[in-house]
Design a protein around this ligand. Structure first.
Ligand SMILES: Cc1cc2nc3c(=O)[nH]c(=O)nc-3n(C[C@H](O)[C@H](O)[C@H](O)COP(=O)(O)O)c2cc1C
Length: 198
């Protein structure tokens, strides 16, 4: 189902019922409590192929590959916001999130090469990035992922309103990490407040 003005939630983990999945459970509860429509994209279950740099989008503004990414372009365009929840893999987002991000090159090409945007660039959308790292906090643990997300959210014309990171998930899970939960609840509340203004 493809509704207008819903929040897209991208589940960047292949693992069922682990940290990202539990965090998404909390997000869903809060969105429902605020009557905000949403859709979860379990991208590890989807057939989303790699960008092959064929440059078809540089000439057409669209992606040549037809797969489960094809309807997602319209979903980004119609959305009120996007929330990416990703584990850190080698201090960056997970592979499948990066695969999806690369495919949004079609938006980039349409806007900056062809100057004919294939999404509504005037529409206000709000973004949130939640990153989970298994190891205890270390310098630049989330930096790789953050840099990618900064460009990704610009690419989908979505203002990145909130970023939040959780370290040490391999030792202390989201369910056990009460300090993070408190911080996360506040961050999510602020995000929802912003979304409700849009
Ligand atoms: C391939 C791979 C690479 C990883 N690299 C990192 C890393 O660079 N830094 C880190 O803190 N955790 C790393 N981890 C641990 C995950 O971020 C951690 O297990 C996280 O909780 C996974 O999210 P999930 O529980 O929702 O699946 C890595 C895990 C895998 C499988």
């Amino acid at each position: 189902m493809d509704k207008k003005d819903q929040i897209l939630i991208i589940n960047g983990s292949p693992r069922k019922s682990k940290n990202c999945s539990r965090i998404i459970g909390k997000i869903v509860l809060e969105l429902e409590a605020n009557n905000i429509e949403y859709q979860i994209l379990n991208i590890y279950k989807m057939n989303i192929d790699y960008c092959t740099a064929c440059d078809y989008c540089g000439k057409t503004g669209k992606c040549r590959i037809k797969d489960d990414m094809t309807p997602i372009y319209k979903k980004f365009d119609n959305s009120k916001g996007t929330i990416v929840v990703s584990p850190m893999y080698f201090s960056s987002i997970s592979t499948k999130v990066k695969t999806l991000v690369d495919r949004t090159q079609a938006f980039y090409s349409s806007k900056y090469i062809l100057k004919k945007p294939s999404l509504d660039t005037k529409k206000e959308r709000g973004g949130m990035f939640i990153a989970i790292g298994g190891q205890p906090e270390y310098e630049n643990q989330f930096l790789g992922g953050q840099l990618v997300m900064d460009i990704f959210f610009k690419c989908i014309n979505t203002k990145l309103i909130q970023n939040i990171y959780m370290s040490n998930s391999d030792e202390v899970s989201y369910d056990e990490n009460k300090d993070f939960q408190i911080n996360f609840n506040t961050t999510l509340e602020s995000y929802i407040k912003e979304i409700n203004k849009k």
